[in-house]
Design a protein around this ligand. Sequence first.
Ligand SMILES: Nc1ncnc2c1ncn2[C@@H]1O[C@H](COP(=O)(O)OP(=O)(O)O)[C@@H](O)[C@H]1O
Ligand SMILES: [Mg+2]
Length: 358
Amino acid sequence: MIRSYLNKAGTFTKLLFGLFLIVAVALTDFYTTKDVSFSIFYLIPITFITWNTSKYFGIAFSLICAFIWFYFDTNSLSEITNYALHFWSTIVRFGFFIIVTILISKLKILKDNQENVIIQRTSELLNEISEHEKSKAELLQKSSQLRELYKKIETIKEDQNVQIAREIHDELGQSLTAINLEVNWVSKKHSDNPDVVERMYEISKIVENTIGTVRKISSDLRPRLLDQLGILPAIESLLKDFKNRTKIETELNMPEATAKLDSTGSITVYRICQEALTNIARHSKCTIVYTDINIERNFLILKIRDNGKGFNLKNKLNETKTLGLISMQERAEMINGSLEIKTTENHGTEIKLMVPIN
Ligand SMILES: Nc1ncnc2c1ncn2[C@@H]1O[C@H](COP(=O)(O)OP(=O)(O)O)[C@@H](O)[C@H]1O
Ligand SMILES: [Mg+2]
């Protein structure tokens, strides 16, 4: 308590306290016999004053202490027999006090310097931290802007897909059907000419194939089932196609009830399923895919699990070429959902998507 009080006190109070210490030491010196060496205790006020005020006060206190010691040493100046000897001893003591004073003041300067370095470094560190915080906030802002941009691009892309799919299906599809009718008409009209009939048959086959291709392109752009019957039948059809294409077994569990998702919600879930199945076909080397769809409270929970080779998720996410995984996550967040990927090497992969529904 005294220490903290003295730390805050002004120079005058410290000097008073130093004088008080001198008086205490002097009185003790006075009441003990001359034979008891007391020199070291005079260092207490000297050290105190040098440390807490300045070197010059330390020198002044050294002088006072040397004089008091001289005074008691000569029994209040009454026993001065050999002036030179007493004078020499006093000079030596004074010198000793001065050396201590200088050492203490050097030590104090060192400590103050060190404190200054610490204070300066701390303030630099605080500046660095605030800079860091600023860049972090900027990064977060940029990342949220990028996310918004991604959302916008995805929406525009899907809108365009709808438009192109409709144009292709309706315009091109109808024209091709009309061509087919015309071909059939020509074929019937020239039924007596086998060459024409055969040519018309070939043309009709090509047109049929083209109609199939047009339907496929249109359906890839925007699955009609999605808008006509909703997300669950669309996923069912996706899995059927997947099985036919890859010859990988599929198992699907889904509820009877329909999941009410808006247009953005259902196309987003559909695209996530597509990417998950593409990854399974491309990378997993699995033999079966389990798909579970549940509706719990207000959430659609979709799990797609394969029994393939799995992968090291942490390593993969550190690579730059994982746009598929990242886009699945971004898409899920776009519709306020979440996507969890669980995978262990040689033990398959599971994608769990949770999306709020109406
Ligand atoms: N179901 C899976 N089974 C095994 N590995 C997978 C699976 N899904 C993803 N991966 C691994 O994760 C990587 C990143 O996937 P993705 O981001 O979709 O990129 P891409 O499919 O273009 O390689 C893949 O290259 C693959 O190594
Ligand atoms: Mg992929």
